[in-house]
Design a protein around this ligand. Structure first.
Ligand SMILES: CC(C)(COP(=O)(O)OP(=O)(O)OC[C@H]1O[C@@H](n2cnc3c(N)ncnc32)[C@H](O)[C@@H]1OP(=O)(O)O)[C@@H](O)C(=O)NCCC(=O)NCCS
Length: 296
């Protein structure tokens, strides 16, 4: 079906052909599922959870679509409409959905439903066994973080991630977006969100950080993830970022088959840094959000 043919009438027609369009949940884990069935065949599903960390930090119920699939664009529209009704009733103020950039049917559906694009992401991959990690540039000292170094770097974390959707999306106040990045780095080091945080130093001054975590294996391959890498503004452009990533790759080399790192497509500095370190583009994604206050 072509997009312009997707009228409300088409959706009503689709709904009438389905034996049931049901909403399941919220379940014990807080998940809510909208399900579209025809003759007991699954034609669409949309699953949503409350983002506990974001909701607590921003003081508003924020929900995230974790999974959605449908047989065609009209089924996507119906299942997402059903899901929107469900999260509105659950008191959601903001709904976020990240999709693969090639999922045009869902993208256009979300736009028709009033979602706006807040982030275009790119994920890079490097396999240490296939490609030797770059040698760290000389003259930059890098090692596992100490509590003191992390304390020094918390302000840096609040000021450098400006391409993040938490700054782009007007729903999030800047001060709380700053706080989110501060806690993110702190939780990586103190809260076990990362396996290790490496920092760069110049004498007593911590100048940058990179977080390393081995995440679940996918298709028999162990995946490592770099969630955050940052260099204090005053120290950028001195190959510190290169040194941090090179050391992180050494840390990953004996633990992972693949290392992934995601950033925004508009973060040219980070994209160039990862390419320079040997990463190759793996995937592109689009994040959309919809504010639900006073919305129908
Ligand atoms: C991205 C970042 C970590 C790079 O650190 P850095 O120490 O400044 O980078 P380096 O000096 O090691 O530069 C390495 C390469 O990255 C690229 N690069 C770095 N900054 C760049 C910029 N502003 N524009 C374009 N390319 C840039 C270049 O290719 C550079 O190599 P070259 O100088 O030989 O051309 C740093 O700019 C930063 O902290 N940015 C804000 C936080 C962030 O966006 N983190 C990534 C997302 S999690």
């Amino acid at each position: 079906m072509r997009l312009e043919q997707l009228t409300s009438a088409a959706v009503r027609d689709l709904q009438s052909r389905h034996t049931s369009a049901v909403e399941v949940g919220p379940l014990a884990d807080g998940a809510l599922h909208a399900v579209l069935l025809r003759d007991e065949r699954l034609e669409g599903i949309s699953s949503v959870v409350r983002s506990a960390f974001d909701s607590d930090l921003f003081g508003a119920p924020i929900f995230r679509v974790t999974h959605a699939a449908a047989v065609d664009a009209a089924a996507f529209e119906l299942v997402h409409r059903l899901m929107l009704d469900g999260v509105r009733r659950a008191g959601a103020r903001q709904l976020v959905r990240r999709i693969d950039a090639a999922s045009f049917a869902e993208l256009w559906t979300l736009q028709r439903l009033g979602f706006r694009i807040v982030d275009i992401g790119v994920t890079f991959r490097l396999a240490p066994s296939e490609q030797a990690p770059p040698d760290p540039p000389g003259g930059v000292e890098v090692g596992p973080a100490t509590d003191r170094q992390i304390a020094q770097l918390l302000d840096t974390a609040t000021s450098i991630f400006r391409t993040s959707h938490f700054y782009v999306d007007p729903f999030y106040p800047e001060e709380q977006a700053n706080e989110l990045h501060r806690r993110w780095l702190s939780n990586c080091h103190h809260g076990g969100l990362a396996d290790v945080v490496l920092t760069s130093r110049e004498g007593d001054v911590a100048t940058g950080f990179v977080t390393c975590k081995v995440v679940a294996a996918a298709e028999g391959r162990r995946i490592g993830d770099i969630a955050l890498v940052g260099v204090h503004r005053q120290h950028q452009g001195k190959r510190i970022g290169t040194a941090l990533v090179a050391h992180a790759l050494r840390w990953f080399a004996s633990r992972c088959d693949d290392v992934h790192v995601r950033t925004q497509a508009i973060n040219y500095g980070a994209v160039n840094l990862y390419e320079k370190c040997g990463f190759r583009l793996l995937a592109s994604d689009i994040t959309l959000s919809k504010g639900l206050e006073g919305d129908e």
